[in-house]
Every structure is written in structure tokens, then in C-alpha cells.
Design a binder for this molecule. Structure first.
Ligand SMILES: [Mg+2]
Length: 171
């Protein structure tokens, strides 16, 4: 079964207690906790954080420079979705992060090379967990969403819940 972690950084791995040049930076303790999830699930990572760039290659370069320890597990980035309401004015509609995550799932897991549309079964063919301190996910994500606290980041409890979601299978 494919297992994906949609990973946010600020408020998950980067926390206010660990600063670099005054900015929230990758906290070694939090990276260790992510490592526990990866070791127990063999999941892959898709970056949904504002730390991502438009391409996976550029994102990996950036994450490596920031000291991210799990570039080998990083397989993708979500799109940046927004809609200009009045072009040229800077006024735009902000689109929930959950939509960007849904787009990744729909185009990377459900389709078969863009030829045969095949809907794979959540919990049987694939599963995922969202680690994020924001709340703009979709209702359909509710059983796969681990909502971290911005000031604290990832905790032991979050790890336990994420592992149980990722290792749960349909019967
Ligand atoms: Mg965040």
C-alpha cells in the first residue's frame, strides 16, 4: 500500500523555540519525531508547506540547505493554487491547502499514467496523513489529518496517531 505524508514545515518541524537568523528553523527534535513515523510506516513525503518550490528538484536543494534529513523520502510537492480576482491588482482568492492536497492525490494516485482512470481505495491501495498546523483542509481529510499546534510542532502523540492512520488497513 502506498503511504504518503503531506508535510507542512512551520508549526510541525520548524518551531518558535528553534530559531535561525530570527526565523523558525528545522528543529532537530521534531525531525527525529518525523523519522520515527517514517521508520514505522515506510511512508513517502509530499511537501505541502510554503517551504516548497515549484519543482521537486529545487525544493530538495532548498530543503537540503535548511538541514532537512529526509530528502530521500521526498517524492513531490503540491501545486500552489490561487485564483486572481482582478488581474494586476494583487487581489486574489486564497484556496484552501486541502484543495492542493486533493489535487495531488487525484492526479498521482487515482489515475494510471493519465490513460486509464482508476479510483484506488483509501486504506487498501493507498493511505495518507496530513501533518499541518493550519486548519484549511477538506472534510474528506478529517480522518487523515493530524492537526499540530503551531507553537509546539510535532509531538509524541501526533507520531502515535500518524503511525496508526498510516498502518491501518481496510478489512
Ligand atoms: Mg504551518
Amino acid at each position: 500500500m502506498e503511504k504518503i505524508i503531506f508535510l507542512d514545515i512551520d508549526g510541525v518541524l520548524a518551531t518558535p523555540e528553534y530559531l535561525k537568523d530570527g526565523q523558525w528553523a528545522l528543529n532537530p527534535e521534531k525531525q527525529k519525531l518525523l523519522g520515527e513515523i517514517l521508520a514505522k510506516t515506510d511512508a513517502k513525503i509530499v511537501l505541502s508547506s510554503s517551504w516548497r518550490y515549484a519543482t521537486l528538484e529545487k525544493t530538495k536543494e532548498h530543503m537540503e540547505a535548511e538541514g532537512f534529513l529526509f530528502n530521500d523520502k521526498l517524492i513531490g510537492v503540491t501545486i500552489r493554487a490561487y485564483q486572481w480576482l482582478e488581474r494586476g491588482t494583487g487581489i486574489h482568492l486564497s484556496i484552501p491547502r486541502g484543495v492542493e492536497i486533493k489535487q495531488w492525490i487525484d492526479t498521482h494516485i487515482h489515475s494510471d499514467n493519465g490513460k486509464n482512470w482508476e479510483r484506488k481505495k483509501l486504506g487498501k491501495d493507498f493511505t495518507y496523513v496530513i501533518l499541518d498546523d493550519e486548519s484549511d483542509m477538506l472534510l474528506e481529510h478529517r480522518n487523515n489529518f493530524v492537526h499540530t499546534k503551531s507553537e509546539i510542532g510535532l509531538t509524541d502523540d501526533d507520531v502515535r496517531i500518524a503511525v496508526s492512520i498510516l498502518n491501518k488497513t481496510c478489512t
